[in-house]
Write a protein that binds this ligand. Structure first.
Ligand code: TEU
Length: 544
């Protein structure tokens, strides 16, 4: 397999609204990101995935775009954006833009035109359908944000499709003019010198709404191959597709280098293990650690040379990992380092979501009035109407709601965690007095430096990038695997629990401790006691 820069780097996701506010309006902005580049350089990352910064009415915090070639006024100007790309470049950091082209905002000029009537040139840029025989919605397709995916347009007596909010009408990818307009826009950004694209819900663009088919439609891969040819195909850009429904087989269709589509996908199999199968993310069941290990290991081994993994625990849609599956109280530091070590030692490109490197935790809302996210708010009203109790709904929002990841970055212990001098758009987590970047940077044992060390190790050891992966059979609460490369073997072990555990791996002799989240070196593995959430990587030799 040909080697690429995007396999070697660690990517950091910035959610601009919540990263750093430079002008006191309570909303993070591009100059704020520029100000914090030295911090990111210190962490050692090689690319930033920037959540959307384009012009948007913010029905879904920028994932509803009204102009792809303008910057949201609250975030700055195009000149700020050009400065960010250049300043990041100087520090060896590439900017990966969020490409949201399954839908636009209803305030995009294409949609404003389309709504003017059935004869408008842009009508067919979107997906319209006549009412059903009874005058109701055309079919049963639902929106990811509750309710029907169809919204009635009185003027034309037709419905338009929106798989997300009604302010996010779906583009019609069957229309060649839509595809060409998207490619032109992508080339505008490529010419600015960006490092790539993260492609929002890209698995939906081949949809066939009449058949109620949304993901993995028949033309999906034709479109991506066409996009590749028309835009980034001749350049070595990082392209990562968000694909909720991908299996390893499907992931290969996107990322097999021979097919000329994308670098990799975000798959979510491991992120859906704590919800009732067939139900929604709010319907929680306890995580089975064994199932998580099996899922991760399957992806590690099955892509082979026909794909490349992305590795992540968090993003702007997911709760904080230590609150979700770790222990954000007595073992906050240990469990945060545990998740860091286990993830970064796997094969693939690791992604760090802002604040993960500080061990930021979920936010506990006491009332729905504190909740900002459209997905949570819509679900709240839907479930209230269905008879759920307020308490039960709020409990699920506090566990899984997207605001958990979106509270402002905790930079220091001054007012509003140093995020803004004004009033933050979303409340800062009150634990900021204890959990913040300034404190982490001053403590050589902090979670931040565990991440920094993992990034540095990756730069020194090709084994971390290219080594083969093998899951070791162990007790359920122990996660143990090997990486092998050019005659060298590393063993990674983690205790996925609040209790001490014993691990017996007598077949290995420790040659060196590479990283560990508790003090001291690892010596004997014949019968090793692991502290709660202990994790380490050691170089080993295998006894014969
Ligand atoms: O998310 C896709 C998506 O399917 C999410 O709505 C997901 O179901 C949910 O957030 C899980 O908690 C992408 C973006 O990452 C998200 O922020 C956007 O809201 C969405 O697309 C629409 O653009």
């Amino acid at each position: 397999m040909e080697k690429h820069w995007w396999q070697e780097v660690v990517v950091y996701q910035v959610y601009p609204r919540s990263f750093k506010d430079s002008d006191g309006d309570g909303i993070g902005d591009i100059p704020g990101i520029i100000e914090k580049l030295p911090y990111l350089e210190k962490l050692g990352i090689g690319a930033i995935w920037l959540s959307p910064v384009y012009q948007s009415p913010n029905d879904d915090n920028g994932y509803d775009i009204s102009d792809y070639q303008e910057i949201m006024a609250e975030f700055g100007t195009m000149a700020d954006m050009d400065r960010l790309i250049a300043a990041a470049q100087q520090r060896g950091i590439k900017i990966v833009m969020d490409l949201v082209v399954n839908h636009t905002s209803d305030e995009h000029r294409w949609f404003i035109e389309a709504q003017k009537g059935r004869d408008n040139d842009y009508r067919d840029f979107y997906i319209w359908a006549d009412p059903a025989a009874d005058g109701g919605v055309p079919n049963g397709l639902g929106s990811a944000f509750s309710g029907s995916a169809w919204e009635f347009d009185e003027a034309s007596n037709q419905y338009y499709l929106h798989l997300f909010s009604k302010k996010q009408p779906d583009l019609n990818w069957e229309n060649e003019n839509v595809r060409q307009a998207v490619y032109d826009m992508m080339n505008f950004w490529i010419e600015k010198g960006i490092g790539g694209f993260r492609m929002d819900v890209i698995d939906l663009i081949g949809k066939q709404p009449q058949k109620e088919l949304t993901g993995n439609g028949p033309k999906l891969h034709d479109y991506l191959q066409e996009m590749n040819r028309a835009t980034f195909g001749q350049q070595d850009l990082l392209t990562v597709g968000e694909t909720w429904g991908a299996t390893p087989e499907i992931a290969k269709l996107y990322s097999d280098p021979a097919r000329h589509e994308l670098s990799m996908v975000f798959q979510f199999e491991h992120m859906m293990l704590d919800q009732e199968p067939g139900k929604e993310k709010w319907d929680l069941i306890p995580l089975q650690v064994g199932a998580l290990k099996q899922a991760l290991a399957r992806w590690q081994t099955e892509l082979g040379t026909e794909g490349w993994n992305s590795l992540f625990w968090e993003n702007h849609d997911l709760p904080r990992i230590i609150s979700r599956w770790g222990n954000d109280k007595e073992y906050r530091e240990a469990s945060a380092k545990f998740f860091a070590i286990l993830l970064h030692m796997m094969k693939g490109t690791p992604y760090i979501y802002q604040g993960e490197e500080l061990g930021m935790t979920n936010y506990v809302a006491e009332d729905i009035s504190e909740v900002a996210d459209i997905e949570s708010v819509n679900m709240y009203h839907e479930r209230l109407a269905q008879g759920y109790s307020k308490e039960a709904i709020l409990a699920s929002i506090n566990k899984k709601g997207r605001d958990n990841a979106r509270t402002p970055m905790q930079w220091d212990d001054s007012a509003h965690a140093g995020f803004t001098t004004g009033t933050p758009w979303l409340a800062v987590n009150p634990n900021y007095r204890d959990i913040h970047a300034a404190k982490a940077l001053a403590d050589p044992d902090s979670i931040f430096y565990t991440y920094q060390k993992l990034v540095q190790l990756r730069k020194k050891h090709p084994l971390m990038i290219w080594g083969e992966f093998e899951l070791l059979p162990t007790e359920e609460k122990i996660f143990a695997y090997l990486r092998r490369y050019e005659g060298e073997t590393w063993l990674i072990v983690g205790n996925f629990s609040d209790d001490e555990q014993t691990v017996m791996l007598p077949q290995f002799t420790v040659m060196a401790t590479i990283i560990r989240n508790y003090p001291g070196d690892v010596d004997d593995l014949a019968q090793a006691r692991l502290a709660p959430w202990e994790a380490f990587a050691v170089k080993v030799s295998e006894k014969r």
